[in-house]
Design a protein around this ligand. Structure first.
Ligand code: SF4
Length: 316
């Protein structure tokens, strides 16, 4: 039986960013240096495939520091942690390695700088996301006001409307954030913003590639976890850019093939915490069902790399 023809547009860049790559390397190097078990507070990155792989090598994932023994190393995830967490690890004299992405740490530093200049912070982010909790936890309670939507801006009650600055989560939708920032400037004309926006290069590039692909396709598949902020944003960006159907899938086995019946062009991308091996798996699954032509749509080339912390580069 002949297979139906299908063009698969592979968005580029897609998948792992430099912060995720570094965080995974940190866990692997910690296991090499100290042996198993190495504890990791929170999923190191939001991807089950990655987390399961590290678990098999001896990483133990916990939600809170009090689940870790004092005498084993602990790693903090790429999303960042409230200040109280490393402080507690130091108090317990634990060996700890911070895998917070340097681009998240940059936002933490920004928040502290504004705080020391007497400004109250508005954070644009998602309530309950580990990055938001980590960034808000850099400053004392009440110093960071969270907004998630343009509507939230109207409800803000700052201490002094003339002494405000804003920061953002790194994995937001570029377009939605621009609307929230505009609403902040309208309501608080003196509000201070970042020199360059806090949404990171990887988030921006992956969204741009989806925007480029979306007008050419019948459906978009985003490989990513349901709790991955940047992956969920890619689904929204695809929809907003005109793609009639989008699916977030963790891997090939989750694809709803019935929904793809009759399509002739599909876009494929992956969130910043999804490994390329899962992209290859999805491409293979399409090849089994369709006569596939691959077309790579590249909108940027990324050469960002981050060093692992010194403690892992030194001998044990
Ligand atoms: S998505 Fe951006 S901020 Fe988050 S880990 Fe990757 S590079 Fe860092």
């Amino acid at each position: 039986m002949t297979k139906p023809s299908l063009t698969l547009y592979l968005a580029a860049p897609r998948g792992f960013c430099a912060g995720v790559d570094r965080a995974i390397k940190i866990v692997e190097m910690a296991l090499e240096k100290w042996g198993a078990p190495v504890y990791v507070r929170h999923e190191i990155v939001h991807n089950k495939f990655v987390v399961d792989g590290l678990r098999e090598k001896g990483a133990v994932f916990v939600e809170e520091l009090d689940e870790c023994p004092d005498d084993r190393p602990v790693i903090f995830s790429a999303h960042g942690v409230p200040k109280a967490v490393p402080a507690e690890a130091a108090r317990r004299e634990m060996v700890f390695v911070d895998a917070t992405c340097p681009l998240v740490s940059k936002v933490h530093i920004e928040a502290e700088r504004h705080f020391s200049n007497g400004l109250q912070m508005v954070m644009i982010g998602h309530a309950g996301h580990p990055e938001t909790l980590g960034t808000m936890g850099q400053l004392p309670d009440g110093e960071v006001l969270l907004v998630e939507t343009v509507e939230d801006v109207g409800g803000l009650e700052p201490r002094d409307p003339k002494k405000l600055a804003y920061i953002t989560q790194t994995t937001l939708s570029v377009d939605d954030t621009a609307d929230i920032v505009a609403a902040l400037h309208q309501r608080f004309p003196g509000i201070v913003g970042p020199h360059k926006e806090d949404i990171c290069y990887a988030t921006t590039n992956r969204q741009q590639a989806v925007k480029e692909v979306a007008p050419h396709i019948d459906a978009l598949l985003v490989i990513g976890a349901p709790n991955s902020s940047n992956s969920k944003r890619l689904v929204e960006v695809g929809r907003a850019a005109g793609c009639p159907y989008t699916q977030l899938v963790q891997r090939a086995s989750e694809i709803d093939w019935r929904a793809l019946e009759g399509v002739t062009s599909v876009g494929l991308t992956a969130g910043a915490s999804a490994p390329e091996v899962l992209v290859a798996e999805v491409v293979e699954a399409f090849r089994e069902r369709f006569d596939v032509s691959l077309d790579v749509v590249e909108t940027a080339v990324e050469r960002v790399e981050f060093k692992v912390p010194r403690i892992l580069r030194e001998p044990a």
